[in-house]
Design a protein around this ligand. Structure first.
Ligand SMILES: Cc1cc2nc3c(=O)[nH]c(=O)nc-3n(C[C@H](O)[C@H](O)[C@H](O)COP(=O)(O)OP(=O)(O)OC[C@H]3O[C@@H](n4cnc5c(N)ncnc54)[C@H](O)[C@@H]3O)c2cc1C
Length: 306
């Protein structure tokens, strides 16, 4: 069987693509290695997705998106994509040891936040550990938080958090930031921000919720405990592109080089959502990409048939 469109990844982007493609009467299949919803399914409070005045939790939103796409014919196979062959008129995607063929492919495999790597880190997600200041900053109104990192994301997150928090520490392992000079100037000028240089996190301290960080100064070896109620880890994210090596152009960080129209250099192949090189990675931007990719796939199929 040759599908019209295979969608790799069942996050908000993938299921929005499935919804639009299903409503356009395309024969589609979603390949998802885990549970529906992608990154958002790991958070229990989403306050910035329109249509939910009281917010919602990631799991409910994910399963609603999956059910809505299923109503228009989107089926999901739970399997990890290991290999793709994307050139030519019929593309082959290998998942769970089986080959799936389609005329168009939407790659929506997302990204994963880079973790510090502590055992307690995952347990404390939503209990003081966050990877997204835009998403969670407002929950820390009046509190003391630490941002770990030294690049643009860490600087922007720290500046954003000063809107709500009483105090924002920036913990960086070097003695200079990598962030753009403009952000650095604003950080140094902000009274709420305190930079902690040359320091790495040894442990996240908690009593059920985050209570602080244990830090080690790399130059002096000094250990200190930094009380805080939240830690925002801003050390980058890792795009899920291992299976795309050699098939699609990736940027220096591994994100797929595709424009706002989600088109890639390969005819009939689209990259959408967090996996794409883009400025802002959120649920709303992922669903927007998903809709665009489905429309592009539909147009490319029309072109093939005419
Ligand atoms: C903890 C956390 C909280 C967040 N909170 C918010 C928030 O409150 N508001 C907001 O707007 N954004 C939030 N975000 C960001 C938001 O979740 C992402 O921007 C969004 O999920 C991206 O959607 P996506 O579909 O492009 O990718 P993803 O959500 O990453 O989904 C990709 C899917 O592809 C699957 N996949 C990956 N590789 C393969 C493979 N080889 N084979 C098969 N399947 C594969 C994954 O399992 C995953 O389900 C949060 C992110 C995190 C990590």
């Amino acid at each position: 069987m040759v599908y019209d469109t295979l969608i790799i990844g069942g996050g908000p982007c993938g299921y929005t693509a499935a919804l639009y493609a299903g409503r356009a009467d395309l024969k589609i299949l979603v390949l998802e290695k885990g549970t529906a919803g992608g990154q958002m399914s790991t958070t229990d409070h989403i306050d910035n997705y329109p249509g939910f005045p009281d917010g919602t939790d990631g799991y409910s939103l994910a399963s609603a998106m999956e059910r809505q796409a299923a109503r228009f014919g989107a089926q999901t196979v739970q399997a990890e994509v290991q290999k793709v062959q994307l050139d030519g008129p019929v593309k082959t995607v290998t998942a769970g040891g089986k080959d799936y063929c389609a005329r168009t492919v939407i790659v929506a495999a997302g990204a994963s936040p880079r973790e510090l790597g502590f055992e307690e880190e995952r347990r404390l997600r939503g209990k003081g550990v966050s990877y997204c200041a835009t998403c969670d900053g407002v929950f820390y109104r009046g509190k003391t938080v630490a941002v770990v990192g030294g690049g643009d994301t860490a600087a922007v997150d720290a500046l954003f958090l000063t809107r709500f928090c009483e105090k924002v520490y920036v913990v960086h392992r070097r003695d200079a930031l990598r962030a753009a000079k403009e952000y650095q100037k604003r950080l140094f000028a902000n009274e709420k921000v305190e930079l902690i240089w040359d320091s790495v996190v040894e442990r996240i301290l908690a009593d059920g919720n985050v209570t602080g960080l244990r830090l080690r100064n790399k130059k002096t070896g000094e250990i200190r405990e930094l009380p805080c109620q939240g830690v925002f880890i801003a050390i980058g994210s890792v795009p899920n592109t291992a299976f795309l090596e050699g098939q699609l152009p990736l940027d220096e960080e591994g994100y797929v080089m595709a424009g706002e129209d989600t088109a890639t250099p390969l005819a009939g192949v689209f990259a959408a959502g967090d996996i794409r090189r883009k400025a802002f990675r959120q649920i709303v931007t992922a669903v927007s990409d998903g809709a665009t990719a489905a429309k592009m796939a539909e147009e490319s199929l029309m072109h093939l048939r005419s």
